[in-house]
Design a protein around this ligand. Structure first.
Ligand code: PLP
Length: 400
C-alpha cells in the first residue's frame, strides 16, 4: 500500500487532543463529562468583532489577501504593539498567520536544519517540541522548578544553551503552569541570550493580558531592545479576545525573518481568511473592557480551583499568576489503586482513571514535560469547575 514520509513518525498527536477525543467518546455513551482539557476561552467573541466581519464580507473583502496580512490588520497590530508593549514594528516586520501556531510553524520551517537545538523551558506547550522535531530540530529542555513558581531562571537557561542552539523559546505567562516572569528575570535571561548571538528567540506572549495579583507582563523585545533583531514576538487574538475559531495569530520580528516566514506561508497556505483579518483588526482596536472582564473572571476561578485542590489530601497546588490553567501536583496520590481497580503509577494513569471513573477530563503534566502533575483549564464556567473539583476530591478519597 502507499506509505508515509519518515517525518510523520515525529508527528505525535498532542495529549491534549487525545484526552478531548476520549472525553467525547464517553459523552457519546451518554455520560456527563466535565472537560478541563482544552485551553479554550468559554467567552463569546465580542459582538462588535462579529459585526466587523459581517461588514467586511458585504463590502467585498472576499478576494485573496496579501500573504503577510492585510494592510489594515497590520496597521492595527503595529498600534497594538506600540500601545501595549512599547514596541515599534514597521509593516515589513509584521506578519499574520492562521493562529499563533502557524507563526511558529513558519518560523521553524524557515530556520531549522537537522540537528539544530531548540531550547524550551519545561513544562512547555506541546506544540514547540513537536514543530521543532518535524523539521529535524532537537528539543533541549530548560527545567523550571515549582519552588521558583515555574519561572525560568538564567542559570537553568544557560545550562540548556550550546553553540548548536538555533532557537530559544520563551512563553510567559506560561501554558501549562501559568508562571509569569518578572522584569528582573527577563533582564537576567537577556544577559544570557547576549552570549549566544547565533540563536533566534521566540517570545510567545499570547497570554499577556491574563496576569493576576498585580503581576505585570513585560515584552522581551522591550526589555532588551539590543536583542530585537533576533526576537520573534508572537501573539494572537485567540486567548485575549475569545477568538480561537477565527484563526488569527501574528508575529513581529526582523524584516529578514518575516520575509522568509512569508515565503514559507506563501507556499503553504497563502494569506489568512480576509474576513477573519477584518474581525481581528476590530478586536485589536476595540475597547479593552472585555479583556479586563475576562482577566478578572479567570483570576477568580483560578483562586477557587486552587483552593479546592489544596483541600484534597495528597494534592499540592501553586497559585498561578497568569494564563488560565491550574497545575496541581499529585505525587501523593500515586502508588494507590482507584475505586475502579486501577493502579495509578503515573499522572497519565491518574488522568485516564479520573476521566473514566469520574468523567473529568484534564491532561497529565508529563505530556507537558513534567509529571506527576495535572493541567486543569479554568476557562470554563464556575459551576463546571466546582463540580469538577468535587469529583476530583471524591476520586482521590476513593484511592486505596
Ligand atoms: N501559544 C500558546 C502558549 C498556546 O497555548 C496557544 C494555544 O493553545 C498558542 C500559542 C496558539 O494559539 P492559536 O494558534 O489559536 O493562535
Amino acid at each position: 500500500e502507499p506509505g508515509f514520509a519518515a517525518r510523520t513518525a515525529r508527528l505525535d498527536s498532542p495529549a491534549t487532543i487525545a484526552m478531548a477525543v476520549r472525553a467525547r467518546a464517553l459523552r457519546a455513551e451518554g455520560h456527563q463529562v466535565l472537560s478541563l482539557a482544552l485551553g479554550e476561552p468559554d467567552f463569546a467573541t465580542p459582538h462588535a468583532v462579529i459585526e466587523a466581519a459581517h461588514r467586511a464580507a458585504l463590502d467585498g473583502q472576499t478576494k485573496y489577501p496579501p500573504v503577510d496580512g492585510t494592510p489594515a490588520l497590520k496597521a492595527a497590530i503595529a498600534r497594538k504593539f506600540e500601545r501595549e508593549n512599547g514596541l515599534a514594528y514597521t509593516p515589513a516586520e509584521l506578519m499574520v498567520s492562521n493562529g499563533g501556531k502557524q507563526v511558529i510553524f513558519n518560523a521553524f520551517m524557515a530556520t531549522i536544519d537537522a540537528g539544530d537545538e531548540i531550547v524550551i523551558p519545561s513544562p512547555y506547550w506541546v506544540s514547540y517540541p513537536l514543530a521543532a522535531r518535524l523539521f529535524g530540530g532537537v528539543p533541549v529542555f530548560a527545567a523550571c522548578r515549582e519552588e521558583d513558581g515555574f519561572r525560568l531562571t538564567a542559570p537553568a537557561l544557560e545550562a540548556a544553551l550550546s553553540p548548536r542552539t538555533r532557537w530559544v523559546v520563551l512563553n510567559f505567562p506560561n501554558n501549562p503552569t501559568g508562571a509569569v516572569v518578572t522584569l528582573a528575570d527577563l533582564e537576567a535571561i537577556s544577559e544570557v541570550l547576549r552570549r549566544y548571538p547565533q540563536a533566534w528567540i521566540l517570545s510567545d506572549e499570547i497570554y499577556e493580558h491574563l496576569v493576576f495579583d498585580g503581576a505585570r507582563h513585560h515584552s522581551l523585545a522591550a526589555v532588551a531592545p539590543d536583542l530585537k533583531s533576533r526576537i520573534l514576538t508572537l501573539n494572537g487574538v485567540s486567548k485575549s479576545y475569545a477568538m480561537t475559531g477565527w484563526r488569527i495569530g501574528y508575529g513581529g520580528g526582523p524584516a529578514r525573518l518575516i520575509r522568509m516566514m512569508t515565503r514559507v506561508q506563501g507556499n503553504a497556505t497563502s494569506g489568512v481568511c480576509s474576513i477573519a483579518q477584518a474581525a481581528a483588526a476590530a478586536a485589536l482596536d476595540g475597547p479593552a473592557g472585555l479583556v479586563a472582564e475576562m482577566r478578572d473572571t479567570y483570576a477568580r476561578r483560578r483562586a477557587m480551583v486552587v483552593e479546592s485542590l489544596r483541600a484534597i489530601p495528597g494534592v499540592t497546588c501553586a497559585m498561578p499568576q497568569g494564563a488560565f490553567y491550574a497545575y496541581p501536583g499529585i505525587a501523593g496520590c500515586l502508588g494507590k489503586t482507584s475505586q475502579g481497580g486501577r493502579m495509578l503509577r503515573t499522572d497519565e494513569d491518574f488522568a485516564i482513571a479520573l476521566l473514566d471513573e469520574q468523567h473529568v477530563a484534564c491532561v497529565q503534566g508529563s505530556a507537558f514535560g513534567k509529571g506527576p502533575y495535572l493541567r486543569l483549564s479554568c476557562a470554563t464556567d464556575d459551576e463546571t469547575l466546582r463540580e469538577a473539583c468535587a469529583r476530583i476530591a471524591t476520586f482521590v478519597a476513593g484511592l486505596g
